[in-house]
Design a binder for this molecule. Sequence first.
Ligand SMILES: Nc1nc2c(c(=O)[nH]1)N[C@H]1C(S)=C(S)[C@@H](COP(=O)(O)OP(=O)(O)OC[C@H]3O[C@@H](n4cnc5c(=O)[nH]c(N)nc54)[C@H](O)[C@@H]3O)O[C@H]1N2
Ligand SMILES: Nc1nc2c(c(=O)[nH]1)N[C@H]1C(S)=C(S)[C@@H](COP(=O)(O)OP(=O)(O)OC[C@H]3O[C@@H](n4cnc5c(=O)[nH]c(N)nc54)[C@H](O)[C@@H]3O)O[C@H]1N2
Ligand code: SF4
Ligand SMILES: [Mo]
Length: 740
Amino acid sequence: MGGKMKSFFKNRLSLKDRNGPLTKELRLAQNSAFGMVPERLNPERTLPSICGYCSTGCQLDIHMQGGEPVNLSASSDYPVNLGMACPKGWEALTPLKASDRGVVPLLRHSSEGQNPVSWEIAFETFTQRFKALQQKHGNEAVAWLGTGQITNEEMGLLGALAKFGMGWIHGDGNTRQCMASAVTAYKQSFGFDAPPYSYEDLEISETLVFIGANPAIAHPILWHRVMLNPNRPDIIVIDPRVTETSSAATLHLPIRPKSDLTLFYALAHLMIQEQWLDKDFISAHTSGFDSYARFVEPFNLECASRETGLEREVICDLARRIHESKAASFWWTMGVNQGYQGTRTAQSIINLALMTGNIGRPGTGANSITGQCNAMGSRLFSNTSSLFAGRNFENNKDRASVAGLLDIPVEHVPSQPSLPYDRIIDAVEAGEIKGLWIIATNPGHSWIDQSRWLRLLREKLEFLVVQDMYYSTETAREADLFLPAAGWGEKSGTFINSERRLGVIQSVATPPGEARSDFEIFKGIAEHWGCGEMFESWKSPEEAFSILKKLTIDQPCDISGVENYDMLVEQGGIQWPYSQALAQEGPAQPERRLYEDGRFFHEDGRARFIFEAVQSPPEPTDEYYSFWLITGRASSAQWHTQTRTAKSLILRELSPQCLYVDIHPQDATALGIQQEELVEIKSRRGRVRAVARVIAAVRPGQIFLPMHDSSVNQLTHPSFDPYSRQPSYKACAVHVQKKS
Ligand SMILES: Nc1nc2c(c(=O)[nH]1)N[C@H]1C(S)=C(S)[C@@H](COP(=O)(O)OP(=O)(O)OC[C@H]3O[C@@H](n4cnc5c(=O)[nH]c(N)nc54)[C@H](O)[C@@H]3O)O[C@H]1N2
Ligand SMILES: Nc1nc2c(c(=O)[nH]1)N[C@H]1C(S)=C(S)[C@@H](COP(=O)(O)OP(=O)(O)OC[C@H]3O[C@@H](n4cnc5c(=O)[nH]c(N)nc54)[C@H](O)[C@@H]3O)O[C@H]1N2
Ligand code: SF4
Ligand SMILES: [Mo]
């Protein structure tokens, strides 16, 4: 460990000195793992690997014996997690052993269902079927849907293979469901998709404002880092629900869903009126402030209070707290991004940070937290909505530079961007897209308005390929061809976490049966497609990493100073940017934030104030559909569609096993619903049953359903942010009644 890293750890509290409250479920999971390590197992060696669940990016030490992983512990010398892990991390190895792992490719023979076939036949079928569709209907008749959960190297190879090798134009990722609004907001406001912060900011900020975020559940180790903040910070949570996070806050604003934009415009107006501004920062580093000031004038306290349901005094109090703080930071996730005005809402938060000078300094920032382990990697390397490393498909210079760096003819780089996810689905419905390849995502459960999606898969698609660890997922069951993939722990590569930190994942276990890593599957497809030569130099993940590095040179996300995987492990991960020039100055500082010099990525170096009129909800409540449905994460032991977490007995014991609905006592009484009674919830698209949890955590007129049950997205309404095309998962009207 380098000198900088050593002093970094010396200045921290030791694990036993920390008094962050361990939740009951964390304690349970930690005990179960601690009891076995290291006395009983006495591992021969440990291999560090970044966790394959959330974007916090904790490092886990995998304990090896006889070449097999026997257990793991949380790395105490990694700057992200400092010896901590959440239940999913402690249980990360368990899902690898599940009985429904895909062990051979499966091919559907019309009425006989899916049958095992060799990889040779699988690759041949893949190639013949997709090529036939392209020959008959053109390159726009096929598409892929990827993920933020595979490695950068896999993502990069997939994006290059599909677009430059196979001639595909359309490919998007499940990151569209998750990050798209933050990405668009940053690009428009800062000139590049570059979140400013480092996790250290959680520990040194004086005032932390969480908007539509429940980190105690969704990013538990980040939340612990907030608890380690020695400043006794002001923690403000803006969330319609009482959550695990809001319960620990100094101020909770139970805002009316989707009224955040009005709140932030009103805050801006108030702060302008009071002159609570950083005028020097505004004039030196931003553009468009005067128009913003004029625009927010009508957003007075009366209007804000009416729209948000918050008392005027509470809104004033919030403004004052931000003004009086020397270092205020703003953190947002899905309560903002997943909105029909997600991009503008994210920008209203960015605007507040800009006008108060809360950016580029320790403990500040307009900070979007990502979701999946490699969501940030997909933003840079998936080659979907932007060309590699933040470039633009429509820009000839960008296309030429990528073609040059990869030594391929420029005509192989499409000059049009992909359709976004929802438009790909519309194109399936219109019969324009006939073949789909889905990799490491389970939209049969997770996509909005799921019944339509499943109907289209079954009725409209001519060829569906699903590449997953498990043959049993809602999506894999529909596949014409299923490709069994190795999972986290069975392959190597890199991830990028929320604070832009690259870390290494290691192969510690052998994939079951004939399952192959996604990287190997992509290589096999390239060979059979006849474009293997183009990917000759992508020999191994580490060689692919060298290619990705090259692609970043002179971009804001330049990582050309990272020599190899060993350097990443040795330095405790490295945040981008880390150019060759930076590397010459020495090892990377363990915590780095952006915009310290006040320069943003637009040509004039200035950040922009961007704003727009507030819209009303696409599906408002009415007399019959009188409840507002909120969906989201429910427990730190459950991950999305649960293909992995449900395989662990410990995680199952830590989370509810049947679908429940949170409903306010007042509403329950009015509807004659008792605690734990069965309730029916209907939307215009479907109906589900859930057990009532009568609790004042939700407001009257609102209900909450966890996203982890596969029925929930039968209800959600397919509305999208117009700029990011991110689905609005947390806004639809439903009818609630006691199940007769
Ligand atoms: N345990 C666990 N952790 C996870 C995941 C998981 O599945 N399980 N998934 C990961 C991923 S991919 C992601 S994207 C993140 C998501 O992490 P979060 O965004 O923190 O999780 P959510 O529960 O989806 O939404 C956060 C909050 O938004 C609130 N909300 C809903 N509508 C509004 C609104 O209009 N305004 C405001 N201000 N708030 C609103 C909800 O009440 C909810 O508490 O979690 C990551 N971490
Ligand atoms: N109602 C509602 N719906 C939501 C949300 C919400 O808040 N409310 N949140 C949305 C968000 S933010 C997200 S990110 C999505 C997540 O939605 P999904 O991406 O569909 O969820 P996961 O369960 O993570 O699916 C990952 C799939 O990849 C497989 N897998 C895991 N590792 C590998 C690997 O290395 N290789 C391959 N080939 N497969 C692998 C897993 O078995 C699993 O089937 O859900 C969205 N849906
Ligand atoms: S907080 Fe996220 S990265 Fe850390 S152990 Fe839990 S799931 Fe893994
Ligand atoms: Mo996500």
